[in-house]
Design a protein around this ligand. Sequence first.
Ligand SMILES: [Fe+2]
Length: 382
Amino acid sequence: VTLHRFPGIADLGCGALTRLADHLGSLGASRPLIVTDEGVRRAGIVAKVEAALGAAGFAYAVFDRVRPNPGAADVDRAFDTYREEACDGLVGVGGGSVLDTAKLVRVLDAHGGNILDYRSAAGGWGKIGSNLPPMVALPTTAGTGSEVTLGAVLTDADRNAKIWIGSPGLFPNVALVDPELTVGSPPRLTASAGVDVLVHGVEAYAETSDAPFADLLARDAIELTVRNLPLACQAPGELRPREAMSRAALEAGLAFGWKGLGAAHALGHQVTTEAGVPHGFAVAMLLPNVMHFNLPVSRERYAELAPALGADSGEGDGAEAAIRAVERLNATLEVPARLSDVGIGEAQLAGMVARALEDGTLPTNPRPCSEDDLMAIYREAL
Ligand SMILES: [Fe+2]
């Protein structure tokens, strides 16, 4: 059985935000930096976090300028504020971009230097110690699972590529998951964040290492997403589907944190950097093509997922039915169907393939992918 690395505390449930100050106190932080972005601020969520800290008598500072698909400059700017304000801990309040930026500020505080030098491709795993400043991760979308993972994704603007930085020290000390913070989130944002959960579940489940705990979580996350994500999009103000999606995101985050992802992420990352497509849509639009490619290796695993994906037992072979179920969910959520729909053409594919080959999520795809294989998958999706 694969080694399961557990993160710190996962505190999940409505009203979890009221325990923020207690968690920070336990971690020994007295002046945290709230890392967030303008959208989260405008949604009124930062004010709720500030109220929770103020009521408990905490001093704090705020950095609210994380951009979508952040790069090293975002981490540097947040770290500047952290230092100027003499902070001693982090509270990440946002989606994956924000949580990942907050995680990486801790690396600069503990070790200094240029954050890009800590990328896993440059041996970053071994350079990051366990003595980082404490962090509480408060996700405001149900999607990336970054609140319970030991990695962070940055965009390297010079190479137009996603880079991955990971180490056990990067786990947030506390994942504070309050589904009430996601109620009212707009349908398109809910869909793009939430469909990422499905892709995490499918890619983690199909990965071939023996990790039964992770598989249980992946399957439950898929089932919760299929049943609840369309509801969360149709009725943004309803609490129940939001609770289910917050749990699903956390479960899928644990599952892929243990097992890894696959080619839908390796190929989808390039769709985001090339065409600005939100991460969840970018990986979901490629998932059916990747599942087709993986069939010779993953037929049994996909068939096992067919019921969780909502496939009918009368739909014939389980694996094919699983793929059709993913296509149906994509259509329901209005995920772009083809690369040409998002403005990507043949001329861009060679560069995208070259970068996908370097992507950190590719090695855990169940079927090894050559350059030609990746090109064939992109062409099929054009
Ligand atoms: Fe993802």
